[in-house]
Design a protein around this ligand. Sequence first.
Ligand SMILES: [Zn+2]
Ligand SMILES: [Zn+2]
Length: 302
Amino acid sequence: MSKHHSTPTLLSRPDFRNHTFERDQFKCVICGNPALDAHHIIERRLFKASHEKGGYFLDNGASLCEIHHIEAEQTILSCQSIREQAGIKTVLLPEHFYADLDYDKWGNIITSQGRLKGELYYEMSVQETLRNCTFLKYTVHPRVYHLPWSKVEPGDLVLEDDACFEGEEVVVMQKMSGSPFTAYPDYCHGDRIDEPLPIGMREALLQKTAVLDDDMRIYGNHQGGVMSLSEVWVKNDCLDWQETQALADLLELSVPSVLFEGLYDEFKLMDFRPNASMGYVLRLKKGFRAFDVGRSRVSYSC
Ligand SMILES: [Zn+2]
Ligand SMILES: [Zn+2]
């Protein structure tokens, strides 16, 4: 099975419905009863870039009867089983998803140990729909977009435009070299939840994070035993920069060195490249939601 982040043809909403029903001969792909809904296999809101907006792709649609539609929304039917029943050969994911991970309809990550909370997890409607599902407390840090004018490597995510930062206060910092870590009050890991951190570091980190509330996590980098904290999350919200610094102080962790703090528009005028060989992280000074993380903290290099 091939995995793609998008296909060339984004349909209009009526075309999505009509083409999905036609492909499935107006029958529920699970039971063959008359279809009532052209269901989005992956939630439409998770497709955000203009080339994928709304997720109206034929490979993201399946005709379902009322009962199987409810089961699909509740993730009792997995995305993969719906794809197989509809004869869909492509796993079509929003561009910011990790191509090597499995997701449920709502963008929660499915692992062998359990489900990890995705960017819509804390939304009331999603909580209601998934109230019978159990989740692990841990998550995978969202992928980072690059500014449109950044130097990029193949496969990097690139923002379509930087309008999301215009008129906003931003903080620009040096990108930390080394490896990422995520730490919760009772657990910590590297890039992925099953990627262990060096033992000495693990103990030191958990001693610090033991004071955090249960629904908090911190994200940062470590190199040669030196840890640096760059983000603090409470549920699906990333704290503002001031609160982040305050918590770093409390935990006795350093933060990346700040190179600019102020209006994005001023920053852009500066032709900002203090050291061309390094990468930078630019974030909104204010806090933001996981759903908006791609447009709230980005990376660039010159
Ligand atoms: Zn059915
Ligand atoms: Zn649906």
